[in-house]
Design a protein around this ligand. Structure first.
Ligand code: SF4
Length: 285
């Protein structure tokens, strides 16, 4: 297993991970909250380095990115693990559980991405599970992909500390970052902090193309006021940043909830347009 970046050794053979705001103190033979980093004899190691759970050639609009090479395709890859614990996770089988994976090196992925260029592929998207907790592999692959003239896209929850984000950004061309709700929403449902995600959005939008996604979770953030709050904040950075308001479907620990009414998704997009130039309804067919 590859040694992790961004950690420090601590007392009693523990390791303090510094990759994301959780700053897990990982005990010997234990793992961090994300399930993707473990303590091996006092050294922190990446469990998912070079492990692929999913791979597909997707339309860029499916990431979703609407204003970055529209009409193109992108080779999309994922591994396993996530550093948030949203009960409504739409990808929980690979984000919250341990799916089957296979070994794949950076060179293999880049070779596959280059072979797909004639079909319209522009590069590699790190997606499906949370790419922040796949950090070392994403960084290495993104560097090599850039050297080969490919684009790099991250689809992320934005829950990453500033230092690792700064090291990654020169190699990333576009990000879709979730902004799931307000501070209470993050604390109550996701096991994270809204302010850390906002810091990541601010940093990323100064360095690469950024679009933001808010999943409208029935009964939790599906109000015009909540959507306008998100859109107003994004507009304060730049009204050119697109917002995707997407429809929730019952999943993971929220299988008993109703899907977001499709008409509300359209209403939410209209409300967001009061603060932004671009707002897109998502998952509405
Ligand atoms: S990346 Fe994983 S191990 Fe590191 S602080 Fe975050 S949740 Fe903990």
């Amino acid at each position: 297993m590859t040694e992790a970046m961004f950690y420090e050794k601590a007392e009693n053979s523990c390791a303090r991970c510094l990759l994301c705001p959780h700053r897990c103190l990982v005990r010997p033979d234990g793992a961090g909250l994300c399930g993707a980093r473990e303590n091996d004899g006092g050294a922190l190691r990446s469990r998912n380095y070079g492990r692929i759970s999913s791979i597909a050639l997707d339309p860029i609009e499916k990431k979703p990115l609407r204003r970055f090479y529209p009409g193109s395709l992108i080779l999309s890859v994922g591994s396993f693990g996530c550093n948030l614990s949203c009960p409504f996770c739409q990808n929980h089988a690979i984000a919250q559980e341990r799916p089957a994976t296979r070994a794949a090196g950076s060179a293999e992925l880049i070779g596959r991405a280059l072979a797909l260029v004639p079909r319209g592929n522009i590069g590699i998207a790190y997606t499906y599970n949370e790419p922040t907790v796949w950090y070392e592999f994403v960084l290495e692959t993104a560097r090599l992909a850039h050297d080969s003239g490919l684009k790099n896209v991250m689809v992320t929850n934005g829950y990453i500390n500033p230092e690792p984000l700064a090291a990654l950004l020169p190699h990333i061309d576009a990000m879709n970052i979730d902004l799931k709700g307000g501070a209470d929403f993050y604390a109550r449902l996701c096991g994270g902090r809204e302010d850390a995600v906002k810091d990541a959005i601010r940093m990323a939008s100064a360095a690469c193309h950024v679009e933001v996604t808010t999943l409208l979770v029935t009964g939790h953030n599906d109000t015009v006021a909540a959507v306008e709050g998100v859109a107003r904040w994004i507009g304060g950075i730049s009204p050119d940043i697109p917002l995707h308001v997407t429809r929730f479907f019952p999943a993971h620990k929220m299988r008993d909830c109703e899907p977001t009414p499709a008409e509300f998704v359209f209403e939410a997009a209209r409300a967001a347009m009061r603060h932004l130039k671009y707002a897109y309804p998502g998952n509405v067919g």
